[in-house]
Design a protein around this ligand. Structure first.
Ligand code: BES
Ligand code: ZN
Length: 481
């Protein structure tokens, strides 16, 4: 009986889905019900789960929904199938391994060098360049052109700094003809761990998609991540982990580009340890500079972003103030990653309701802000995030470092031998961290050279740190075979 009933339900879904041309999506249950009143017969609620719904709706219904986005939301996330949509609402995934990862702040020298060279003019120029396409609506030839041109721009930027560890590719989609663009900076020592920053390259306008300048939404985000990466190149930053910079296609029709990429990375077990989304960074609508969006994002990562700003942007020329806010639903590409169980964060330009109200119109132009000073703050935060999550090659130190000291370590048959030269201070303890930042060995020492027998450890990269009585430390990587 139960089986028959299930069959009946499935059959009725299939029938409903065939009544009209449409697509599957997830959205807030309340919004789905409201939309049913607006366009009766064009929105089917197939499944309800807590405050979310799986719907099948027509393009017309999605446009109706989109018209309201002027005052922010309601929105929806397009799903390739009914099954995928159900999975997204029913089983929000978590990855225990990556959520145990400790996000630490240790790269002061690299970060300060990078944020010192952020160039506001570059951001302005890039926003104007993107606005210049007239429209980047995903079906338009100019949107694909913008993607191809961005690939060239990123390639030229990398080669002008002599980077041979960088490649740029177009990522083709099934849900849109517009490709996404992905720049990869291959990690020097942990290339299979990924750090992602992204924004969306497409634009939309509810006054007609022939004129959709999308300066704030989201040329600002693309310009932000581009300039952040340029500062990394200018300061010769070499990441330990692999960095990927993504300009997503077709965000505006339901996170299509990022949805396909996150699904692909999930299906292929790509180890993405953190994702930051930059969508709308150049409209200064609140008293605080950054609003960290707390829904559809990782609490751990959001706290890490606050720590970054506390550490690097507390005062002075690099000052950035922050607060938290909500989007109320998966309103941008970070949600594609969250739905696949990856950790994401979304620093946004203003608090809910105080953001740029000209988005999705012909008036979303750079002239509205007239300067890229707001986006400059997000560029610094982006550089801080990239450097601290990817970490500089050759350092994973914590605390005060001893600049003139040198530590040599060797591990053989379970015994670690160390020698420290160049300092007169007395070392009192030795820690070994695994690459997740977890302490696996903690022993006291009495001399600047010695031997320590290790417990059974799995093969991989570890960081050995020796600390003085004044809490200064020196670190070195070891590879256990
Ligand atoms: N940049 C917006 C998201 C946004 C708008 C965040 C206003 C906060 C305030 C994004 O491009 C967008 O328009 N998203 C859609 C939803 C998406 C799933 C199609 C939206 O907000 O309706
Ligand atoms: Zn938008």
């Amino acid at each position: 009986m139960k089986y028959l009933f299930t069959l009946f339900l499935l059959a009725s879904f299939a029938l409903q889905a065939q009544n009209f041309e449409g697509f599957y999506a997830t959205m807030a249950l309340h919004d789905a019900k409201e939309l049913q009143k607006d366009v009766p017969g064009e929105v089917e609620i197939l499944k309800e789960y807590r405050n979310e719904a799986v719907v099948y709706m027509s393009d017309n219904a999605s446009h109706k929904l989109h018209d309201r986005v002027l005052v922010h939301g309601p929105g929806y996330i397009r799903m390739p199938s009914f099954e995928e949509a159900v999975k997204a609402v029913e089983h929000p995934k978590t990855r225990p391994d990556s959520s145990r990862m400790a996000f630490t702040i240790s790269e002061d020298a690299a970060v300060n060098a990078a944020i010192d060279v952020v160039n506001t003019q570059n951001i302005e120029d890039h926003i104007l360049e993107l606005e210049g396409y007239g429209t980047r609506y995903h079906t338009m030839a100019s949107a694909t052109q913008a993607a191809e041109d961005l690939k060239t721009k990123w390639e030229n930027m990398a080669s002008s700094y002599g980077r041979t560890d960088v490649s740029v590719r177009l990522y083709n989609h099934s849900g849109t003809n517009m490709p996404s663009v992905i720049m990869t900076i291959t990690g020097a020592s942990i290339p299979d761990e990924f750090v992602v920053v992204g924004g969306h390259l497409d634009s939309t306008s509810n006054q007609g998609n022939n004129n959709a300048p999308g300066a704030d939404d989201d040329a600002s985000g693309i310009a932000t991540i581009t300039e952040a990466v340029r500062t990394l190149f200018e300061t010769d930053f070499v990441p330990q982990r692999t960095i990927e910079v993504m300009a997503y296609a077709a965000e505006e029709i339901g996170l299509v580009g990022s949805g396909e990429i996150a699904a692909d990375y999930d299906n292929n077990s790509v180890n993405v340890i953190a994702v930051a989304q930059f969508d709308m960074t150049n409209y200064n609508g609140s008293t605080n500079d950054v609003s960290l969006i707390t829904d559809f994002t990782s609490g751990n990562l959001n706290i890490f972003m606050m720590s970054l700003m506390d550490h690097y942007n507390a005062s002075g020329v690099h000052e950035v103030t922050y607060a938290t806010s909500v989007c109320n639903y998966g309103c941008s590409d970070h949600a594609s990653w969250t739905n696949r169980g990856f950790l994401s964060t979304f620093p946004f330009e203003a608090n809910f309701g105080q953001h740029n109200s000209s988005i999705h119109t012909a008036s979303d132009t750079f002239s509205l802000s007239g300067t890229a000073t707001h986006a400059t703050k997000f560029t610094k935060l982006c550089a801080e995030f990239l450097i601290e999550v990817a970490k500089s090659e050759g350092s994973l130190s914590v605390g005060d470092v001893l600049p003139n000291a040198s530590l040599q370590v060797n591990v053989r048959q379970g015994v670690l031998t160390y020698t420290i030269e160049g300092v007169s201070e007395t070392f009192v303890s030795m820690q070994m961290h695994d690459i997740q930042g977890k302490i696996v060995v903690n022993k006291s020492v009495t001399s600047n050279q010695g031997q320590i027998s290790l417990p059974q450890l799995s093969s991989g990269v570890y960081v050995v740190s020796l600390t003085t009585e004044n809490d200064k430390s020196i670190s070195q990587k070891v590879l256990l075979k």
